[in-house]
Ligand binder design. Structure first.
Ligand code: F6R
Length: 243
C-alpha cells in the first residue's frame, strides 16, 4: 500500500503509466482527478506521454474532486482553470467529457446531488487520484467528515485556508467554502492512488501511516480500500519507519 519513490518525477511517471494503462484497457474509463501542486508533475508527464503515444482520450470521462465556492467562473485560481491549463487544453479534451462541481450553482445542494448521481450513473470511478492536505484531507473532506458522505458543501478549515492562500494575493481572497466529492464516492472508486511529495507532508504522512481509520485523519479510511496505492517521495516519507 505505502511505496516510496526517489523523487516526485518518479511518482509522476508511475501515475502517468497507471492512467495510461487504465485507459488502454478501458477507453471509456471514468477518471477521478485532483488539482494542487502535487498533481502538476503528474499531469505534465501524462500530457507528454499521451502526445508521444497518441493515446485516444475521446471516450474518457473525468470528474474532479472539488471546486471553490464564490470565485467567478474561470477565475485563475479556480480548479476549473487549473484543469484547463494543466490537462484539458494541452490534450484537447472536450468540455463535455469533463466534470467539476460548480461552485457558483444557484442551489448548491442540488449541484451536489447531481454530481453524486452522475458518478453513480457511470458505475463509479475507475481510478481516483488524490493529493493530501496537511490536516489529512482528501478532496476537501476536512477532519471530522463522516466517511459515508457523498458530494457536499464544506467550510474550509483555517489550516486549509492558510495552506492554499499561497495561490492568492492574501488570505482574505482565499475562499471559505468549497464543494467536494465525498469520501463515499472516493471509496467507491475501483482503484485509488494517493500521492504525497515534499518534506512539508512528512508529519501528515507519519500520522496517516500510524492512524487507524479515523474521521479526524480523513485519508486513513483509504487503508480499508481493496485497491489503494499510497505513493510518497523520500521527503514525504522522511518520518516513516523503514517500509
Ligand atoms: C485538490 C484536492 C486537495 C489537494 C490537497 C493537497 O483537488 O482535492 O485535497 O490534493 O490539498 O494539495 P497540494 O498538492 O497543493 O499540496
Amino acid at each position: 500500500m505505502f511505496k516510496i519513490f526517489s523523487s516526485p518525477e518518479d511518482i509522476a511517471k508511475k501515475v502517468s503509466e497507471l492512467l495510461y494503462s487504465t485507459i488502454k484497457q478501458k477507453p471509456s474509463a471514468a477518471l477521478g482527478l485532483a488539482t494542487g501542486s502535487t498533481m502538476e508533475p503528474v499531469y505534465a508527464y501524462f500530457v507528454k506521454q499521451v502526445q508521444e503515444t497518441g493515446l485516444d482520450l475521446s471516450q474518457v470521462t473525468t470528474f474532479n474532486l472539488d471546486e471553490y465556492i464564490g470565485l467567478p467562473f474561470g477565475h485563475p485560481q479556480s480548479y476549473w482553470a487549473f484543469m484547463q491549463q494543466h490537462l484539458f487544453e494541452p490534450l484537447n479534451i472536450a468540455q463535455a467529457q469533463t466534470h467539476l462541481p460548480c461552485g457558483n450553482a444557484k442551489v448548491l445542494t442540488d449541484e451536489c446531488e447531481q454530481y453524486t448521481q452522475k458518478i453513480q450513473a457511470l458505475g463509479g470511478l475507475d481510478i481516483q487520484l488524490l493529493g493530501i492536505g496537511s490536516n489529512g484531507h482528501i478532496g476537501f473532506n476536512e477532519p471530522g467528515t463522516p466517511f459515508d458522505r457523498c458530494t457536499h458543501v464544506v467550510d474550509l478549515t483555517e489550516e486549509t485556508r492558510l495552506d492554499n492562500s499561497r495561490f492568492f494575493n492574501d488570505l482574505s481572497e482565499m475562499p471559505t467554502q468549497a464543494v467536494t466529492m465525498g469520501i463515499a464516492e472516493i471509496m467507491s472508486a475501483k482503484e485509488v492512488v494517493l500521492v504525497a511529495t515534499g518534506l512539508h507532508k512528512s508529519k501528515t504522512m507519519r500520522h496517516l501511516y500510524e492512524s487507524e481509520p479515523d474521521p479526524n485523519m480523513p485519508a486513513s479510511i483509504l487503508k480499508t480500500h481493496p485497491n489503494v496505492k499510497i505513493w510518497l517521495d523520500t521527503e514525504a516519507a522522511a518520518l516513516l519507519p523503514k517500509i
